[in-house]
Write a protein that binds this ligand. Structure first.
Ligand code: 4NP
Length: 151
């Protein structure tokens, strides 16, 4: 499995999602590739947001090896599953898809925890208190994602 986590800036939500899933994949000894990207270009090359780094740290996860990059068309061939954090990421990713095969790879990440509900992971960029909630949501989705694929 090759999984790409996608948000808007690739500095708040998707770096946490990448860190959480990588940790679980390692714990379970799975040979999965996990990466993240943003649909926007503002933060290319930057470290994750300090608030995401701190929230991950509180949960024993180091995400300081990550640097933001922008999602691109070539990602459709490099990954099996492309997971959007919110509706707007989902639409932005689909707009770049060249065919049905590409489109089938794209899903809302919270549908692993709440199937069919299309719940968005809230953007915590403007909300200092939002990072813990985002972490909890992503933790559950990543756990369900792994359960679904190793059964
Ligand atoms: P993210 O959060 O998409 O979870 O990384 C954001 C980061 C930066 C901005 C918006 C959202 N921004 O507008 O720069």
């Amino acid at each position: 499995m090759r999984i790409l986590m996608v948000c808007l800036g690739n500095i708040c939500r998707s770096p946490m999602a990448e860190g959480i899933l990588k940790t679980k994949v390692e714990e379970k000894g799975l040979d999965w590739l996990v990466d993240s990207a943003g649909t926007g270009s503002w933060h290319i090359g930057e470290l994750p947001d300090p608030r995401s780094i701190a929230e991950a740290n509180r949960n024993g996860i180091d995400i300081t090896d990550q640097r933001a990059r922008q999602f691109g068309r070539s990602d459709f061939d490099k990954f099996d599953l492309i997971l959007a954090m919110d509706h707007s990421n989902y639409q932005d990713i689909l707009r770049l898809a060249a065919n049905g095969e590409h489109k089938e790879k794209v899903a809302m990440i919270m549908n692993f925890a709440n199937p069919g509900k299309n719940i968005s992971v809230p953007d915590p960029y403007w909300d200092d208190d939002g990072f813990n909630q985002v972490f909890q949501m992503l933790e559950e989705a990543c756990e369900r994602l792994i359960e679904k694929h190793i059964k």
